[in-house]
Design a protein around this ligand. Structure first.
Ligand SMILES: Cc1ncc(C[n+]2csc(CCOP(=O)(O)OP(=O)(O)O)c2C)c(N)n1
Ligand SMILES: [Mg+2]
Length: 275
């Protein structure tokens, strides 16, 4: 089982590399969601390169693997950057993002790209898919964990809370949700669209173990994932406080910058910050 485990200095470099991939790939196609991808880099970095996710790029359907489901599927550029660096496909392919014929579609397609565990993009479905995978793993007596990354706007969807309730009923203690709490969704601040604060207390009220951390503190992310991996008695949620567009937000014309790639000039400035 090739389990990549970089040290902290290497993880910091890898985070910068993932961010450069996100920015380059979205600018080349003048499309996509760079800010939604950038906020979750430390989370995905810890999973794929910090030893938190057991996977094998040579054998993507390895039955004993852990599962990562990018429920906020518009952050596909981040998922693709991680999968490429993990060895699922050549890094050069990242520049085919959103091209006709490329398996790197605007939202992840399970049928077309090895390493993608679920087709997502219609928000609200990933936790239910993850719950199914978690229960299937238990029925097969496998020790797999299932990690699902959700947006803080996405958790407005009612289906998320059906999965939250069902996970406790069916004791899916191998299910780990991570909420990228970047404070914004498509049309504005998450608080103004539908305020769900305090998010950890809501999960806890349904019986989940709830943690809240600084989602850009790589050590805090690793520690929270480690705690969640090793909690045998409850499903776990990690609410990660993040910044949408981190750390290049000041280069952008507005804080949310949802679904807008950087211009070539903005890209050059951003890449210089991430050198
Ligand atoms: C069911 C559904 N409704 C609406 C959309 C359109 N949409 C795409 S991204 C987005 C906002 C998501 O916000 P959040 O979950 O906070 O993710 P962020 O981009 O902030 O990481 C919306 C409403 C969608 N993809 N799916
Ligand atoms: Mg958000």
């Amino acid at each position: 089982m090739p389990l990549s485990k970089l040290n902290l200095a290497e993880l910091a470099e890898r985070a910068k590399l993932l961010r450069r991939h996100i920015i380059r790939s979205t600018t080349q196609c003048a499309s996509g969601h760079p800010t939604s991808s950038l906020s979750a880099v430390e989370i995905v970095n810890a999973l794929y390169f910090g030893g938190m996710l057991h996977y094998d790029p040579k054998n993507p359907r390895w039955p004993d693997r852990d599962y990562f489901i990018m429920s906020k599927g518009h952050a596909a550029p981040l998922l693709y950057a991680a999968l490429a660096e993990a060895g699922y496909f050549p890094v050069d392919d990242l520049m085919t993002l959103r091209h006709i014929g490329s398996p790197l579609e605007g939202h992840p397609n399970y049928r077309r790209l090895p390493g993608v565990e679920a087709s997502t993009g219609s928000l609200g479905q990933g936790l239910s898919i993850g719950l199914g995978a978690a229960l299937a793993a238990r029925m097969d007596q496998r020790d797999s964990r299932v990690f699902v990354l959700l947006g803080d706007g996405e958790i407005n969807e009612g289906q998320v809370w059906e999965a939250v309730m069902a996970a406790v009923k069916f004791k899916a203690n191998n299910l780990i949700a991570i909420v990228d709490r970047n404070g914004y969704q498509q049309t504005g601040a998450a608080k103004e669209v539908l305020d769900l604060d305090p998010i950890p207390a809501k999960f806890a009220a349904f019986g989940w173990h709830a943690d809240e951390i600084d989602g850009h503190d790589q050590v805090a992310v690793l520690e929270a994932l480690h705690r969640a991996r090793n909690n045998p008695s409850q499903p776990s949620v990690i609410v990660a406080r993040t910044v949408k567009g981190f750390p290049i937000i000041d280069l952008l014309s507005e804080k949310n910058h949802h679904g807008k790639p950087l211009s070539p000039a903005e890209m050059e400035k951003a890449l210089a910050m991430l050198a």
